[in-house]
Design a binder for this molecule. Structure first.
Ligand SMILES: [Cu+2]
Length: 155
């Protein structure tokens, strides 16, 4: 083995190590809580257009739990909206709470619910990670990382 290949092998195993460490850490956020989140992402739009947050809420508990409040340190305004169609047009309505059934899940996903994110507090672009704080009726609070994706992303 030449010096060159040995250096490369050491380097690639170091990269693999840090990669698996990065994958393992977010899982701790949901430890010992009824509610956990998955598929959390934001559809970013250019300029001052509002972004839309999407996430699936999973309830491992025996009782239904309501999502009652959303806030973010990255956006001045975060609101849960529902897209409803009336005839051929669509409009958005405010949603006060969203129930996550016991041992079930609810998806905040394109075409249904979205978290309207306005008034970004700093420059945000695709590739970034933003944080949303989700509050639930059982007193639980989750600070969830959301991956920021470009406008063409649909899921
Ligand atoms: Cu909206």
């Amino acid at each position: 083995m030449s010096i060159k290949t040995r250096t490369f092998a050491a380097l690639s195993s170091a990269v693999a190590l840090s990669f698996s460490f990065a994958l393992a850490s977010p899982a701790h956020a949901a430890d010992a809580k009824a509610i956990s989140v998955k598929d959390a992402w934001v559809r970013w739009l250019p300029g001052n257009l509002p972004a839309a947050g999407y996430v699936t809420l999973v309830n491992a508990g025996d009782k239904p739990v309501d999502l009652v409040d959303i806030s973010s340190k990255d956006y001045g305004d975060a609101m849960l909206h529902q897209t409803v169609s009336s005839g051929s047009s669509q409009k958005m309505v405010m949603v006060d709470k969203l129930t996550v059934p016991a041992h079930g899940q609810v998806a905040i996903a394109p075409g249904g619910y979205h978290v309207m994110l306005e008034d970004a507090k700093h420059k945000i672009a695709p590739g970034d990670t933003v944080h949303l704080t989700l509050k639930f009726s059982d007193g639980e609070t989750l600070d969830a990382p959301f991956a920021v994706k470009p406008p063409a992303q649909t899921k």
